[in-house]
Design a protein around this ligand. Sequence first.
Ligand SMILES: *Cc1c(COP(=O)(O)O)cnc(C)c1O
Length: 832
Amino acid sequence: MASVNEAVRLECIADMLQHTGLDRESIETDFLRYLCHFMGRNPGSEDYYLFKALSYTTRDRLMTYWKETWHAYNNQNLKKAYYLSMEFLIGRSLSNNLLNLGIEHEAAEAMHDLTLSLEEIEDSERDAGLGNGGLGRLAACFMDSCATLQLPVMGYGLRYEYGMFRQRIQNGFQVEEPDHWLGTGQYPWEVMRSEYTRVVKFGGASRQYTDPHSGQLTVHWENAEEIQAIPFDVPIPGYKNQTVNTLRLWSASAQEGFNLTEFNAGSYHEAIAKKSEAENITMVLYPNDSSENGKELRLKQQYFLVSASLQDVIAQWKKHNDGFSRFAEYNAFQLNDTHPSLAVAELMRLLVDKEGIKWDEAWKITTQTMAYTNHTLLPEALEKWPVSLFERLLPRPLEIIYEINRRFLMQVAMKWPADLQRQRRMSIIDEHNNVSMAYLAIVGSHSVNGVAELHSNLLKEGLFHDFYEIWPEKFNNKTNGVTQRRWLAMCNPELRELLNDTIGEEWITDLSQLSNLKPYATDAGFQNKWAIVKRNNKKRLAGLIKKQTGVELNVDSMFDVQVKRIHEYKRQLLNVLHVIHLYSRIKRGDMENWTNRSVIFGGKAAPGYAMAKQIIKLINNVAEVVNSDPDVGDKLKVVFFPNYRVSAMEVICPGTDLSEQISTAGKEASGTGNMKFMMNGALTIGTLDGANVEIREAVGPENFFLFGLHTPEVEALRPHYNPQGYIDQCYELQAVMGLLESGHFNQFEPGLFDDIIHSMRSPNDPWMTLADFHAYITEQQIAASAYLNQSEWIKMSILNTACSGIFSTDRTMQEYNKDIWKLTPVSVSLEE
Ligand SMILES: *Cc1c(COP(=O)(O)O)cnc(C)c1O
């Protein structure tokens, strides 16, 4: 590579800045140049072209800072962190990038000059749905916060050709459609960097050699299939701070000259078929949230991510350093759940086999650099892979895992001599010959964290107790958050302006400033303004719902919202039972203290999760009966919002009055939807689960609707849980079960909801839905009555926003940095 002197580099930067002015005229000029010259269109053409032209215009303005950020990170000795995640649920980028660049207003005016609407152009961007739900969205929020905090953190993920499926509702059932989010053109935000292509191996065999000269034993991984990992970089701008970090997404491609021998032998079709098999690795995101999958292709995806990313980091390291003695001092890896936990074995392989480092030294480097975040307590989500699959796909990493396990079990035996039971329990390879990815991650990391106080404590007491006993110092908590740039400033512009006018703009980078709102909670004038903003946001949401479902909502009714993945532990069913209860009250004329409600559901079910899909059908059938009953009218409306995704949540959370966070206590690790709602002034009805505990503490119990069993009560009840007992004791529940079991919601579809009914009636129902029913409807009535006193409700709404300051991912990232990564912020400055 040619080396360019510093003066030329600076001249180039100055030139770039000059040609990418942030004013309205420069934006307009560049927009037209892209639209007309590059794409051969004009301002009257389809939104798709307008979106692309404005995105390229915006990307040009990021590019100068992006280059400078790379330069600042690579030309000094500084520690960097790498966030390894199978999912980055980015959503849209145009409006976010305009906001962080500080040119929203200028872009809107430039478009206005051309009689175009910025809002419409932004609305035509497709979501980058490279994730399932909370875990993937968290990774995206983390990236935003790291850039804003000027932390040298890079994200590594996969560039799935097909993201999360699109959900259509047909006759009340979920129908999945492939989401080819890249469209026919390119994703305007990414830059392909083929020069950093890496090669990842699968299959073959591991062989030992003794070097004839040194006598040293080395291991070669031979006859493997080699697949190329091509990086695509996505810019992650900080908020008005000239930092642009990088999210690097790998795309799988067959090696150039792939299987030439087969071509030569005339097996043209076979060779091409193999090529597409290689490219299958990053073809599609697995659409399972909180459940492991066990598919071979999934394991391949995980190893592909880990191997390409670690090779990439090591190659960068070797450009500037000799040897690895200081590697751990300058590099940190954060594993987002167990999905990338093969990084432990892969870093060992690269250091020992490729770099010739001794095992003990390599193990020290590995454990000092790796940190693992656990995201779930659900046993069905704990990843385990059969040894036989490893033998076939990853023979050399398997050998390394065996050796890690052998040494680890020796350590266990030293600490607890003769406790064979414990050794068996803790083995990374379990009694059924499966590799436990969580155990591999814990053994290979110096830090293990949960994602909310309650969750982190439950890890220590339960799931990982044995490991906690050996290494109490590894365990820590990092309560999740969300970025207020996207989830308040961007998605709720009217509230943003009200906040700016009231407490200034500092909250955008320091969310604790929101506490300055507290004195305004009882100010009648401010309450009025707050109410107007909320009402406008409800109108916007109602408009979207009308467009998507045809159902018209009364903006003055309470908007009661549960949107999240459909899963039994999240208990959408409990919410449905409450809806049926309200319907049954209307039918019997029990209208005392009534509050009109619009109950909004949304979320995707994993395509193979039959019960979750049945729950969607039940919601839609109940909605159909309720919405078409003339006795009900405006008193109650029920809708299922189709294709819930990031861009939908950006309209939903500002327009919500009541946020449903009703999982069985001890099952939701944290939740982050709960935080988005709180920030936007919704009140929460919820169980003591995940981050709800901390939300309630922050806002005060008088501003939170709590109900239900606590975690220890759930566990104590489990052995003698008797659903029938709860039905016998509660006439409201009898009425609800009566309607459901009579087939009232499936008149022409007999037996359709039998599985749901059986699951709720089963003494083995893990989610114990009926146990919390009475407490839930009681608390719902308290919430409904509270809503009737609008001034009191608005006060609580203001306080929820005012107390949401700790739920910023800025705070979360500062904690990761202080306790785990220990990076120094780098300021990127282009003033000269
Ligand atoms: C925030 C968010 C989630 C996570 O929601 P939870 O209620 O915490 O499960 C899932 N999906 C999308 C699109 C989100 O924006």
